[in-house]
Design a protein around this ligand. Structure first.
Ligand SMILES: NC(=O)c1ccc[n+]([C@@H]2O[C@H](COP(=O)([O-])OP(=O)(O)OC[C@H]3O[C@@H](n4cnc5c(N)ncnc54)[C@H](O)[C@@H]3O)[C@@H](O)[C@H]2O)c1
Length: 371
């Protein structure tokens, strides 16, 4: 199969769909790989590295869209890219169609076979192609929080781990899923005094068994939340209610109970945020202050560590890309219902129920694409 990857053109997107190592694997399977010149610059992967891995460097994205049978990307195709998609071409990338009627309309019009990373499933009922970005954001939330706690950034001037003779900072992690687990791991590793709040007893049990004495777990209810937030130097918002906006667990009144210069990192900002005073920020100006409390609310945290994020993403996207290239998308999906769950648009039809329902469009079950 001819597989192509292009330079991401969304604002401040530095990740790339295929690393040189992924290109090497595809080439070893006998596929031809086209890479747009400069596609890997954002992660320090220059054209020469891709060439050495077996890719052919192509000067313009248009030539790749015109030739490749499968396009592997990171972000949803932008308007100019959507205009270049062809009928029958495979698009394998994050799409997030439900809130995006314009993109959905263009993908329908293109006739392309559009596979969304974010809806591919696994045996445990999880979303394995989303997980690495939650891992990155969870780990980064502690780095971002530690920086915001510095005086020059408006923080209380507290070092997360303390020093011998001085107590460490208190960190409250609200939500003990993928983001929360990774945040707690980083904070506990630095020696902070960590409490993880969740309302799922099984999650609390798992976390308790993993962390033992290195982090405390606490049931998430109003009273416990209020107490933890009031005592914390750093609060990480990491809740998720699938398919719904994040609940506003920390209200604006609760800010008044917090220590001045404490920090809130709202990782759940991409679902609207779990602090009432949160609004989305960018890496260019990641924080703002409300009532003396520093807020960090960057909606695309993994973008700041594009190299780590790209490699983490490729680790989970490449196995499916290889099977699609080796077998063709229909046979690959026949053999793997989890990959079939990723099919969002095919032959001008919406094949993912939640997207069709949210956008009021007719729904065609994905398995009809395999007939
Ligand atoms: N900002 C970013 O760059 C970025 C990157 C990745 C993920 N995220 C977001 O981070 C959030 C968390 O993602 P995840 O992968 O960890 O989800 P997850 O499903 O693995 O974990 C969410 C956890 O929240 C818990 N929860 C739900 N309601 C709660 C409540 N009232 N109190 C305490 N806990 C509660 C759930 O029980 C679950 O354990 C999501 O909104 C996700 O979209 C943001």
């Amino acid at each position: 199969m001819i597989v192509g990857t292009v330079r991401e053109i969304k604002n401040h997107e530095y990740r790339v769909g295929l690393t040189p190592e992924s290109v090497h694997e595809l080439a070893a399977h006998g596929h031809e790989v086209l890479v747009e010149s400069g596609a890997g610059e954002g992660i320090g992967a220059h054209d020469a590295l891709y060439e050495r891995a077996g890719a052919r460097i192509v000067p313009a994205a248009a030539d790749i869209f015109a030739t490749a049978e499968m396009i592997v990307k990171v972000k949803e195709p932008q308007t100019d890219e959507r205009a270049m998609l062809r009928s029958g071409q495979i698009l394998y990338t994050y799409l997030h169609l439900a809130p995006d009627p314009e993109q959905t309309r263009d993908l329908i019009a293109s006739g392309a076979t559009c596979i969304a990373y974010e809806t591919v499933t696994d045996d445990s009922g999880g979303l394995p192609l989303l997980k690495p970005m939650s891992q990155v954001a969870g780990r980064m939330s502690i780095q971002a929080g530690a920086t915001a706690l510095e005086k020059a950034n408006g923080g209380r001037g507290v070092l997360l781990g303390g020093v011998p003779g001085v107590l460490p900072a208190k960190v409250a992690v609200i939500g003990g899923g993928v983001v929360g687990f990774n945040a707690a791991q980083m904070a506990a590793g630095l020696g902070a005094d960590v409490t993880i709040l969740d309302r799922d007893p099984q999650a609390l049990e798992r976390l308790g068994m993993y962390f033992e004495a290195r982090a405390k777990t606490r049931f998430s209810n109003r009273a416990n939340l209020a107490e933890c937030v009031a005592e914390a130097d750093l609060v990480i918002g990491a809740v998720l209610i699938p398919g719904a906006a994040a609940p506003k667990l920390v209200t604006s009144e609760m800010l008044g109970t917090m220590k001045k210069g404490a920090v809130l990192v709202d990782v759940a900002i991409d679902q609207g945020g779990c602090f009432e005073t949160s609004h989305a920020t960018t890496h260019a100006a990641p924080t703002y202050i409300v009532d003396g409390i520093v807020h960090y609310c960057v909606a695309n945290m993994p973008g700041a560590v594009a190299r780590t994020s790209t490699y983490a993403l490729n680790n989970v996207t490449l196995p499916h890309a290889l099977r699609i290239a080796d077998l063709g998308w229909q046979e690959a999906m026949r053999r793997d219902p989890h990959l079939l769950a990723g099919l969002n648009v095919w032959d001008g039809k919406v094949t993912y129920q939640a997207v069709a329902e949210d956008l009021g469009l007719p729904y065609t079950p994905a398995r009809e694409a395999l007939a």
